[in-house]
Write a protein that binds this ligand. Structure first.
Ligand code: KIV
Ligand code: ZN
Length: 509
């Protein structure tokens, strides 16, 4: 039997960005969009253009720069939203206007304060308007999971009549269960007379941990587009995880008999990039891309794996882009081995950045006996090509103890944005409630900005007493949140580096 194709519609940059604290700047969104294109997604939902100038610019830039993938923008069912959305996506080679309007009685009554007839009329007008601007229009019946099936079928039929190419059935609040949700898709296929020739899409939220299961059930029942995000990030408990959907369809290909265009060996690097840029860590036991997804702890399992991998592994780590390398790097490792490891880990970097990283690796290898993959990933994640290094930590000294007032002295180099690339050196000292606080107070005196630390976490990157410490923090400046990451074998230095990285992100030249 010929295999059907399922469209992967990635909404990491729109619904994913709605995860608390996950907002990204333009260059970060472009990096993710380029990686999503390399991953092979069919559609990138780049943002919600009317929601902010930043979102509008991001959708516009992504539409201008990514030419191989369809670019969608989200909008409500109003004239102004649709026009604004079109103004941002029209630069794409394959633009899509994605209109949403709530169809559950609860949303219509309480939120929209409209009757079913009014909502039906709005949906039809909006899709007509969208079609007058753009060939490709998707209509989403928000809260479809809790909508009356008769009304849902009626609105789906009406929007198809006026040209909707895709009808999306979102389980907006993650309320449905797999058999139930699959049944809804089957019912739409059966009851909507003009459904043939239109793509049924699903968009499942994960409030009950069922987003992937519901999406797969929908595919079994005829959905041919899945809306998903990398690492499953998104509003509240998130969306269906792209990597889990793609691997379920591959590993169980005989069961689903569905093709897709995802290049699964790009999954691991895409997942890491999204985690790094959003600051949302990947839980260790996360399916497909978690650190433990291919680790075997129990002796019985290890023994089985050594005898035949298939005993306890249903996927090959290399299928998802995890390098199977046991070679340990250390201070005697050369450039070649280091560059190869970076590439095997899924990072594509230019030679200038590679050289800078190699210098950092050498310093680390001098401090640590063995450099693990996780240490290298931490180095890679700390230095992002998109970061502007305005402030650079040059020197840090702290004193602390039970009988002393914690103090810190810092020396910071400030790059100036002039053609000669001149820089100035500043030095300050401060006391604090602990050495990290003292260092931050000294840095505050130098940068002279009203910064508030809103989140701080410290963890060990790899094992051993010489393990790297990694600090991830968020600062608030001028009403916006900025993420910083720093690593070092010295946790005070890691804390200072993370703080300065976040400050650098917040500063405009
Ligand atoms: O969850 C939802 O209903 C949405 C729509 C805008 C598609 O995100
Ligand atoms: Zn959503």
């Amino acid at each position: 039997m010929k295999k059907d194709n399922v469209i992967f519609f990635d909404t990491t940059l729109r619904d994913g960005e709605q995860s608390p604290g996950a907002s990204m700047n333009l260059s970060e969104k472009l990096l993710i969009a380029k990686q999503l294109a390399a991953l092979g997604v069919d559609v990138i939902e780049a943002g919600f253009p009317i929601s902010s100038i930043g979102d509008f610019e991001a959708v516009k830039s992504i539409s201008q720069q990514i030419k191989t993938v369809s670019i969608a923008g989200l909008c409500r069912a109003t004239e102004k939203d649709i026009k604004t959305c079109w103004s941002a996506v029209k630069y794409s080679k394959k633009p899509r206007i994605h209109i949403f309007l709530a169809t559950s009685d609860l949303h219509m009554e309480k939120k929209l304060k409209k009757t079913r007839a009014q909502v039906l009329d709005m949906a039809v007008k909006a899709v007509k308007h969208g079609k007058s601007l753009c060939k490709d229009v998707e209509f989403s019946a928000e809260d479809a999971g809790r909508s009356d099936m008769g009304f849902l079928c009626k609105i789906v039929e009406a929007v198809i009549d006026v040209g909707a190419n895709t009808v999306n059935i979102p389980d907006t609040v993650g309320y449905t269960t797999p058999v139930e949700f699959g049944g809804k898709i089957a019912e739409i296929k059966k009851k909507v007379p003009n459904i043939n020739g239109t793509i049924i899409s699903v968009h499942c939220h994960n409030d009950l941990g069922l987003a992937v299961a519901n999406s797969l059930s929908a595919i079994e029942n005829g959905a041919r587009q899945v809306e998903c995000t990398i690492n499953g990030i998104g509003e509240r408990a998130g969306n269906a995880a792209l990597e889990e959907l793609a691997m379920a369809l591959n590993v169980r290909s005989h069961y689903y008999n569905i093709k897709h265009s995802i290049k699964t060996n790009e999954l691991c690097s895409t997942s890491k990039l999204v985690s790094k840029l959003t600051g949302i860590p990947i839980q260790a036991n996360k399916a497909v891309v978690g650190a433990n997804a291919f680790s075997h702890e129990s002796g019985i399992h290890q023994d089985g794996i050594l005898k035949a991998r298939e005993t306890y592994e249903i996927m090959n780590p290399s299928d998802v882009g995890i390098p199977e390398s046991s070679l340990v790097l250390g201070k005697h490792s050369g450039r070649h081995a280091f560059f190869k490891r970076v590439k095997d880990l899924g990072y594509k970097l230019n030679s200038k950045i590679l050289e800078q990283l190699f210098e950092k690796f050498k310093i680390l290898a001098d401090k640590k006996k063995t450099v693990f993959n996780d240490d290298i990933i931490a180095l890679l994640e700390e230095s992002s090509s998109s970061d502007k290094e305005i402030f650079i930590l040059k020197y840090l000294s702290t004193t602390a103890g039970t009988a002393t007032i914690p103090t810190a002295t810092v020396k910071i180099l400030k790059n100036k944005n002039d053609k000669e690339q001149k820089c100035e050196i500043f030095q300050e000292a401060a006391c604090g409630s602990g050495p990290v606080d003292a260092a931050y107070k000294a840095i505050d005196k130098i940068v002279n900005m009203d910064i508030k630390l809103v989140d701080f976490s410290l963890k060990s990157v790899s094992s051993g007493e010489d393990a790297l410490g990694e600090v991830i923090l968020k600062i608030q400046y001028d009403g916006k949140i900025y993420l910083g990451k720093g690593t070092s074998t010295d946790i005070i230095e890691a804390s200072a580096k993370a703080y300065i990285q976040a400050i650098n992100k917040s500063v405009e030249f």
